[in-house]
Design a protein around this ligand. Sequence first.
Ligand SMILES: *Cc1c(COP(=O)(O)O)cnc(C)c1O
Length: 409
Amino acid sequence: MTDTGESGGTVRRPVYMDYQATTPTDPRVVAAMMPYFTDKPGNPASRSHVFGWEAEAAVEAARVQVAEIIGADSKEIIFTSGATESNNLALKGAAAFYGAKKNHIIALETDHKCVIEACRRLAGDGFEITFLPVRADGLIDLDRLGDAIGARTLMVSAMAAHNEIGVIQPMAEIGAICRERGVLFHSDCAQAVGKMPLDVNRMRIDLMSISAHKVYGPMGLGALYVRRRPRVRLVAQIDGGGQERGLRSGTLPTPLCVGLGEACRLGGAQMATEAERLLALKQRLHDGIVARLDGVVLNGEERRRLPGNLNLSFADIEADSLMTAMPDLAVSSGSACTSASVEPSYVLRALGLGDAAANSSIRFGLGRFTTEAEVDFAIETVATAVDGLRAGVSTWRAKPSRVAVKAKS
Ligand SMILES: *Cc1c(COP(=O)(O)O)cnc(C)c1O
């Protein structure tokens, strides 16, 4: 079904506006991956024939591409199954290696569920965990971080760009504090890689988690950057054939590795132009919604955020009802990983929002394939649905179908 928006563009429905949950794989990435599913079937660990050598060469080329986008050396990149595994390996692997000497870990209250839960597991194993509160704008309080670091602090974990509210933490400042205090700095950069400039040396990052499917690469692959100078030591969490320098056993999925490499290459090449385009689209979405509706509040710091992320609270609205009223617009409330539950977002609660405000919040995630016409469609859809819900009109469902009728004419 198509709809002609005000800008004259054509919109194919439903419209995907949930790029922080996952990004579509870029067709150029798919094209790069394809031969490694079929024509080039080698196991990169096979030493005895050309198929294995070819697969290994492809994986190593991809490793270089991943390293390049974060200013690392390819020897410092470990392929994993995703950012969830990378975060677990970073936290639990370092805890296992250094735990006898240092048993305190600091993470942000707003870190991703997989960081929070990995920390909770470590707490059960006797580690002391500090979940550092953030400010009302979602950013870290650097003084508070400095105060939280003690003699037994092993690591600070801080997400670079937030999956739910999009805010970008002051990475270089956090890294400087960690380096000065002799503490490891781990960052979950699943949302940041390919979207904003990252440099492990300038930011003094020791461990960095990466996810392919957040950067227009395939689902099921991630990476962990592990600093070599000074060397960061981890205890492997998966034992087996000793792949990935013994840190992550298991056959490397050649096509997926190639996909992440190509995704990083593309992300790096078009980062600046893409950010500019998304910023303009996001501004258009924000301004359009605010012009049509009262009682709309932006969550998270306004300027230091992912160009494609908008998180809005709508007064007197329940996000779940709003999303039900917009079947042609794919957005989310809370983080995707918890959207099945009705618990208010722990992230928005950490920003100081009450239950009602947290439950009235919607995340709009714009990305590489979002068009201006889709943004205009989203403005119209949100405004119509919110107006209807606020008016308590039981027949508000008639409104979306009016749009559909108009489209046919
Ligand atoms: C998506 C995401 C994860 C989980 O990544 P997977 O590759 O899906 O395991 C972790 N952290 C952040 C910030 C994310 O956005």
